[in-house]
Design a protein around this ligand. Structure first.
Ligand code: 16Z
Length: 450
């Protein structure tokens, strides 16, 4: 082990109640909303083919022109309660909301910046409205905060000169002030989701960021901060120089999902996912592949089956309304979750090998195992491989507990589950009540002699 002053301060999962709850969320919502929603990925009739929330970095719109969008920000259709109710019916149990993205525009009336909602025609505190509305729906709030701040005169990508260093010291004070302000203004927030922390300037601030993380955790006990906030003194991010995760959960799964349990290294994690291939802020033209509800449900089940959470991104329009395509997805996902949430909430890795029909999840603290089925074979019988010494005492459809399924043993620890209905149009869940096999039960199947 390398001796580190600013590496991970804890190894392994947090065991406190706040993190236990986080671990069981299963499904969350991300919301990217800010000035970038006004242009929506295009300007002067030209399309920006990057991510819409990055349009300020495009040479198709001068920075000053982008920054003057503040005078156009008056989202008359913004209704935080409507957003929260839509998230509730979808089955999201936490929401991550952009307080300040890379452009530096603050969705709260920060005392430390002129570039905030307070200086827009809208005037009101959007972060407060979101925190209060989601809290009222029983959905926990995580505040997204970009350290990188393109509109701040003291922001630097790297520190090259004395002047850079003096400016960046001011920037560090500004960043700390805003974070303490967020934690003080919105005490109901359960965590902070940091972004914009990959540039050399910030990566060099191991000691400052480490002290700031300690200060924030002291100010807000139980605060959840992921692996994206800070680097260790050797510039290592997410995992320190000893390969130990920094922060409370791994935040590297952005638009990607692990395929096997070894990839998550025994850590908590969540995957943040866009509906198009790579648009977080509102983009008028959703080009390329738009994920369907069933695709998103499969991603949710896959994340939970590997001990993580799935966080689906919404990009409200400049007027504050959520686009119909996203509302439709929320409704379809919610309809499925209402029937099958038992296999998602407070579930995790079952420890069984992955099989073709779909994903195993296991209720935390119990032997209850669920099969979240996406692929029914043409035979209509699911081939089920169980670990040795694990027997199935009961199997039934979650959506209709009366519909029992009798496993036909076809080999040692291998069964066919014959389904009554073969033409399922939706993913469905089979509940497996399992138990330990009687130790001395002789298997009736001859082990192959090879
Ligand atoms: C350079 O590649 C990036 C950089 C930042 C991002 C930002 C997106 O704007 C969005 O906020 C996402 C959560 N974040 C990682 C995405 C890809």
């Amino acid at each position: 082990k390398i001796l580190l002053a600013h590496g991970a301060h804890r190894e392994g999962k947090r065991t406190d109640a706040v993190m236990e709850k986080w671990r069981g969320y299963g499904l969350g919502q991300f919301i990217h909303w800010g000035l970038y929603a006004i242009p929506g990925g295009e300007w002067n009739g030209k399309q920006y083919n990057g991510a819409a929330e990055w349009i300020r970095s495009w040479n198709g719109i001068p920075n000053a022109t982008y920054d003057s969008l503040i005078y156009k920000f008056n989202p008359t259709a913004f209704d935080a309660t409507a957003w929260a109710k839509s998230a509730k019916q979808m089955g999201a149990r936490y929401v991550t909301f952009t307080t300040k993205h890379h452009d530096g525009f603050c969705m709260w009336p920060s005392k430390y910046s002129k570039y905030t909602v307070a200086a827009s025609p809208y005037k009101k505190d959007i972060v407060k409205a979101v925190v209060d509305a989601y809290d009222k729906e029983g959905i926990d709030v995580i505040l997204y905060f970009s350290v990188m701040d393109w509109s701040h005169p003291d922001w630097r990508y790297e520190i090259k000169t004395k002047e850079d260093s003096v400016a960046f010291e001011r920037f560090k004070k500004f960043t700390r002030n805003q974070l303490i302000e967020l934690l003080t203004n919105y005490p109901k927030a359960k965590g902070l989701w940091f972004d914009g922390t990959w540039d050399k300037s910030w990566v060099k601030q191991a000691a400052f960021a480490d002290d700031l993380e300690t200060e924030m955790r002291k100010l807000r006990p139980g605060l959840i901060i992921g692996s994206r906030f800070r680097a260790d003194e050797n510039g290592k991010r997410h995992f320190d120089s000893n390969g130990v995760l920094m922060g409370d959960y791994e935040q590297g799964w952005e638009r990607k999902i692990p395929n096997k349990i070894e990839e998550v290294h025994g850590n908590d994690w969540d995957c943040v996912m866009t509906v198009p291939e790579n648009q977080w802020g509102y983009n008028k033209a959703w080009n390329g592949h738009i994920k369907s509800a069933n695709e998103l449900l499969e991603m949710t089940a896959k994340c939970v089956s590997l001990g993580g959470n799935f966080v689906l991104n919404f990009g409200p329009q400049g007027d504050g309304a959520i686009r119909q395509e996203e509302l439709n997805l929320a409704t379809k996902i919610g309809d499925w979750m209402k029937l099958n949430q038992e296999a998602i909430y407070n579930c995790g890795y079952a420890g069984y090998e992955k099989q073709d029909w779909g994903y195993f999840t296991k209720k935390t603290g119990s032997d209850q195992v669920y099969m979240v089925v996406f692929n029914v074979p043409v035979s209509g019988a699911l081939r089920l491989k169980m670990p040795a010494k694990t027997k199935i005492s009961k199997a039934y459809m979650l959506a209709d507990r009366e519909e029992k399924i009798l496993p036909e043993e076809i080999n040692s620890n291998e069964y066919f589950l014959k389904l009554k209905k073969k033409d399922h149009q939706e993913p469905f869940v089979i509940v497996l009540e399992t138990g330990k096999n009687a130790e001395n039960k002789e298997s009736i199947y001859e082990k192959a002699k090879t």
